[in-house]
Ligand binder design. Structure first.
Ligand code: NAP
Ligand code: GDD
Length: 326
C-alpha cells in the first residue's frame, strides 16, 4: 500500500484529494495545523476511516515536517497547504511568504535529506501569471507553461518563488517535484470568502428568505477560467504517476468575467443579480489579475487529463448545496 502525505487536508482540495487517494487504496496521512476550534468540516466523513490518519504540524515549522517525513517516508507528498486568499495576501504579506514560500522550502529540504525518493506535488497557481498572457497565431489570448510569469500580488510572488524552488530541487538534487499550475477551481467546499462561494451562499440565503441585505462585491470586470475542484485533484494525482517530473497547466480553456459568473448563478436560481448586488470599493484589491484563460494542451497530451464538469454544472452543484445547507 502506498502512503501519501497531504498538507491542507482541512481545505477544499485536500478533502477531495484524500477521497480520491483512499479510493485508489492509498494510506493517506492528512497534515493539519492546530486550531482552537474544530475545522474538520470538509473531512468529517473521512475521520476514523481505515487508512486515513491525521498528524498535527505547521508549514512554518521545519522540525515538525522533518519528524513526519522521517516517520512515514511516503511515496507521495502533496503540498496543498497555503495562505490561499489573494486579497488577504495584501494585508498579511509576511505570513503569506512564510507559509507559501518558506513552508515549501521546509518540505523540499525534508524530502532531500530524509526521503529523497518521495514524489512531490506543489500547488502552484495561475495567479503567478499576473497580468501577462501569450497571444496566439490568431490573436487569441491564453496562458500556458511557456507564458512569462509576472505576479501582481504578494500571494503570486510567494507562489512563484516556491515554483522556482521546486524546479531548483528537481534539477540540482534530482527530486521528483511537479508544480501544478492550476487555474481557479471551485466546489460546494470552497472557502466562503472566495467570490464563487460568497455568491452561491448569498443566493442560498436569499432563496430561503434569510437575508434582506444586498450582496456586496468588488471588481466585476476581471476574467477567470473556472473549473470544478473534483476534476483538478485528479490532475494532481496523475502528475505524480508519470515516469518523470514536469509542470502542468490545469484549466478549462474557457474564460468568463466575474459579472458573468454572478449573472449565471442568479439566473440558474431564477433571480436577477441587478436587484441584489452592490459594488463596495473596499473589496477592490490594490492590484488585480485582469484576465486568465489556461491552455491545458500539455496535460491533455501527457496526462490524458481533460475537465469533465462544465461551468453550469459547477454552479448548479454549488447552488444546490448552498440552498439545501445554508
Ligand atoms: P484552502 O481551502 O484555503 O485550504 C488551504 C489549506 O492550507 C487549509 O487546510 C489550511 O488550514 C492550510 N494551511 C494554511 N496555513 C497553514 C499553515 N501555516 N500550516 C499548515 N497548513 C496551513 O485552499 P484550496 O482552495 O484547497 O487550495 C489548495 C492549494 O491550491 C493552496 O495551496 C492554494 O494556494 C492552491 N491553489 C488553489 C486554487 C483554487 O482555485 N482553489 C488555484 C490554484 C492554486 P486551516 O484549515 O487550518 O486554515
Ligand atoms: N474574494 C472575492 N470577494 N473576490 C471578489 C469579490 C469579493 O467580494 N468581488 C469581486 N471579486 C473578484 C476578485 O477581485 C477576483 O478578480 C475574482 O473575483 C476572483 O476572486 P477569488 O474568488 O478571491 O479568487 P482569486 O482569483 O483571487 O484567487 C483564487 O484563484 C487563484 C488561481 O487563479 C484563489 O483560489 C487562489 O488561491 C488561486 O491561486
Amino acid at each position: 500500500m502506498k502512503t501519501a502525505l497531504v498538507t491542507g487536508i482541512t481545505g477544499q482540495d485536500g478533502s477531495y484529494l484524500a477521497e480520491l487517494l483512499l479510493e485508489k487504496n492509498y494510506r493517506v496521512v492528512g497534515l493539519h495545523r492546530r486550531s482552537s476550534t474544530n475545522n474538520f468540516e470538509r473531512i468529517k466523513h473521512l475521520v476514523g476511516k481505515d487508512n486515513f490518519l491525521l498528524e498535527e504540524f505547521d508549514l512554518t515549522d521545519p522540525s515538525g515536517i522533518n519528524r513526519i517525513v522521517d516517520q512515514y517516508k511516503p511515496e507521495e507528498f502533496y503540498n496543498l497547504g497555503a495562505q490561499s486568499h489573494v486579497g488577504t495576501s495584501f494585508k498579511q504579506p509576511t505570513t503569506t511568504i512564510e507559509i507559501n514560500t518558506v513552508g515549501v522550502v521546509n518540505i523540499l529540504e525534508s524530502i532531500r535529506n530524509l526521503s529523497p525518493k518521495t514524489k512531490f506535488y506543489q500547488a502552484s497557481t495561475s495567479e503567478m501569471f499576473g497580468r501577462n498572457f501569450t497571444i496566439g497565431e490568431h490573436g487569441e489570448k491564453y496562458q500556458n507553461e511557456n507564458t512569462l510569469m509576472l505576479p501582481q500580488s504578494p500571494y503570486g510572488v510567494a507562489k512563484l518563488a516556491s515554483y522556482h524552488m521546486v524546479e531548483i530541487y528537481r534539477s540540482s538534487y534530482n527530486i521528483f517535484g511537479c508544480s501544478g499550475i492550476l487555474f481557479n477551481h471551485e466546489s460546494p467546499r470552497r472557502g466562503e470568502n472566495f467570490l464563487t462561494r460568497k455568491v452561491t451562499r448569498y443566493i442560498g440565503k436569499l432563496v430561503k428568505g434569510l437575508t434582506n441585505e444586498p450582496l456586496k462585491l468588488g471588481n466585476l470586470d476581471a476574467a477567470r477560467d473556472w473549473g470544478h475542484a473534483k476534476d483538478y485533484v485528479r490532475a494532481m494525482y496523475l502528475m505524480l504517476q508519470q515516469d518523470s517530473p514536469s509542470d502542468f497547466v490545469i484549466a478549462t480553456g474557457k474564460t468568463r468575467s466575474v459579472k458573468e459568473f454572478v449573472e449565471t448563478a442568479f439566473r440558474l436560481a431564477n433571480l436577477d443579480y441587478k436587484n441584489h448586488v452592490e459594488i463596495d470599493s473596499d473589496l477592490f484589491r490594490p492590484a488585480e489579475v485582469v484576465f486568465l484563460k489556461g491552455d491545458a494542451t500539455k496535460a491533455k497530451n501527457k496526462l490524458g487529463w481533460v475537465p469533465e464538469i462544465s461551468f453550469d454544472e459547477l454552479i448548479t452543484d454549488m447552488l444546490q448545496y448552498d440552498i439545501k445547507n445554508v
